[in-house]
Unconditional design. Structure first.
Ligand SMILES: Cc1cc2nc3c(=O)[nH]c(=O)nc-3n(C[C@H](O)[C@H](O)[C@H](O)COP(=O)(O)OP(=O)(O)OC[C@H]3O[C@@H](n4cnc5c(N)ncnc54)[C@H](O)[C@@H]3O)c2cc1C
Ligand SMILES: [Zn+2]
Lengths: 414, 109
């Protein structure tokens, strides 16, 4: 792999950019791999990457039914934070956030990580208490967050109207090293690194069946024919229920649509990320100048990747009170993704009833931020059969009553 | 927008008038049930890409609950029926079979 650098750009500028290589290879599947990962979203690719980097397992295929990052990884509003309440969440999300800090250097690929700071607004007394509690929990977990008063919120985000009347801003939970990153670049950067280690990233290859022998996985059936494997990682987000069905078990997951939209580009108006959970909206400004807006999920099972118009209306209507200038903006595009939601709003990284089959899903509305940490942990789980970061996230935690309840922190927003 | 016919009051209700209530035909477990059955009842859910049966409430209408058969992949509605039904009625199943031959949902076929 040729490294990207300022020098490489200069060199290519001198020769009409004729010297750039393909970023990743386009292989046909082999007959057998040590590990097959289903789903080339961020989590699947990161899992493969860390299998190679941390454990030297490189006889790996990543199978994707569509295109790289075409699932939720390329559809999200890219908010990165780690200010969760429960210890197991703080551990994996903070691991992830810290990996984002050096991801561009590690991958030699610019993922445009921008730790511009994230505020979660408190607009009801209930939220004030909740976020103060989270700030205390974070202090104990070693996650740097602080409770800030309304005047500081206004200073950080001058376009905000903090006076209400319906939902006055009462303060906020501020994480200065939270922020955003370029979502496609995360998928592309990992794909390039995986391909460089000799792994096969195979697009337009849908897994249609999981072959088993004596309760153990032996391979998969795909649109490009059968492929054998020793271990299988199912990392398919909204399609996890469908994958589980192929393997013959059920997951405590429901798939629903979550949508986002962007405005026309405007001059820089907001240089942080704001989440307003009471009114179900969150907002940041992209480098192109678009206001990136996300809302809540639809309440019913859905695989259409579309979402419904009235939800957009609800989101924008609610945000306009706190951000009056939004009322003047034209909205350019809207899209949806199918997110995989668990009962306690925490992910599943787990062994399954089928030996050799592992599952990584349930990230729901908020897994972009978790991509590197999840890949790190999932790779350890698959290579060693156990990882301290995934212990609490087993799919069997529900029957034990060991929930990791983040529904307050993450049920709505990201 | 999703439009469901409310079998209780007869209105064709818009999505904005309705409240989604999750999977239909859950079998409620109680004392004496096995751990597996309890786990199934409390946490496991059908999550099909295709034919699905759900509970809905006509929240901003008559306020009553009813059940609906829907395709989660196309958003097509196969029909709605009263909540006091233990399993999908035959006429609804026939309608689904006409459009999705070979379908199944949990133990229902
Ligand atoms: C509108 C929206 C906004 C969001 N905002 C945020 C945010 O601000 N911050 C945040 O942290 N998170 C956010 N999220 C959540 C985040 O996008 C997801 O949690 C994360 O991207 C999931 O990554 P993944 O790799 O698990 O799944 P995906 O990227 O969806 O990848 C799964 C892949 O599996 C493939 N696949 C499925 N079935 C098969 C099969 N049978 N064979 C082969 N391949 C298959 C799919 O095609 C897909 O590419 C948002 C999501 C949405 C939809
Ligand atoms: Zn009614």
């Amino acid at each position: 792999m040729k490294r990207y650098s300022a020098f490489a750009i200069a060199r290519e500028a001198m020769r009409q950019h004729t010297g750039w290589d393909r970023a990743w290879a386009k292989p046909e599947p082999k007959k057998k791999y040590d590990v097959i990962i289903v789903g080339a979203g961020g989590h699947g690719l990161a899992t493969a990457y860390f299998l190679g980097k941390n454990f030297g397992i490189t006889n790996v295929a990543i199978l994707e039914k569509g295109w790289l990052g075409g699932g939720n990884t390329g559809r999200n509003t890219t908010i990165i934070r780690s200010n969760y309440l429960q210890d197991p969440s703080a551990a994996i999300y903070e691991k992830s956030r810290s990996l984002y800090e050096t991801m561009s250097q590690d991958l030699n690929y610019n993922v445009m990580f921008s730790p511009r700071g994230v505020i979660m607004l408190a607009q009801t007394q209930h939220e004030v208490r909740g976020y103060k509690r989270t700030a205390h929990a974070n202090a104990l977990q070693g996650v740097q967050t602080e409770w800030i008063d309304p005047a500081r919120v206004k200073e950080l985000c001058p376009i905000m109207n903090i006076d209400g009347p319906r939902y006055p801003v009462l303060g906020g939970l501020w994480q200065a090293r939270g922020g955003t990153a370029r979502h496609d670049a995360v998928a592309w950067g990992y794909a390039r690194a995986c391909s460089d280690m000799g792994m096969d990233v195979i697009q337009q290859c849908e897994v249609q069946g999981v072959r088993q022998k004596d309760g153990k996985v032996v391979g998969v059936d795909t649109t490009k024919g059968p492929i054998d494997c020793d271990k299988l990682g199912m990392v398919t987000a909204g399609h996890s229920g469908v994958m589980a069905q192929m393997a013959g078990f059920r997951l405590p997951i429901e798939s629903v649509a979550l949508q986002a939209l962007v405005s026309e580009p405007i001059k820089p108006a907001m240089d942080i990320v704001v989440m307003a959970n009471t009114v179900h909206g969150y907002l940041s400004q992209s480098d192109k100048g678009e206001m990136v807006i996300g809302g809540g999920t639809d309440g019913y099972n859905n695989y259409t990747q579309r979402g419904s118009f009235h939800h957009i209306e609800e989101t924008v209507r609610a945000l306009v009170e706190t951000f009056p200038m939004l009322a003047r903006l034209k909205m350019l595009r809207q899209w949806g993704g199918i997110v995989d939601v668990t009962g306690d709003r925490s992910p599943i990284l787990s062994k399954t009833p089928v030996e050799g089959v592992f599952v990584n899903c349930g990230w729901g509305t908020g897994g972009f931020k978790a991509i590197p940490g999840s890949g790190w942990a999932m790779a350890e789980l698959m290579a060693k059969g156990q990882s301290p970061l995934t212990d609490e996230f087993s799919m069997f935690r529900f029957r034990e009553g060991k929930f990791i309840d983040e529904s307050v922190a993450a049920g709505v927003a990201h | 927008m999703l439009i469901l016919h409310c079998p209780c009051c007869g209105v064709d209700a818009d999505e904005t008038d309705l409240h989604a209530g999750g999977q239909a035909h859950l079998k409620r477990e109680g004392p004496g049930s096995t751990d597996d059955d309890f786990e199934d009842y409390l946490f496991m859910r059908e999550n099909p890409k295709g034919v699905h049966f759900e509970r809905w409430r006509h929240a901003y209408g008559c306020g009553k609950w009813f059940l609906a058969a829907r395709c989660t992949n196309t958003l097509e509605v196969f029909g709605t029926y009263p909540a006091q039904t233990l399993e999908p009625p035959q006429d609804i199943k026939d309608k689904i079979t006409a459009k999705r031959p070979g379908w199944s949902w949990g133990n229902v076929q």
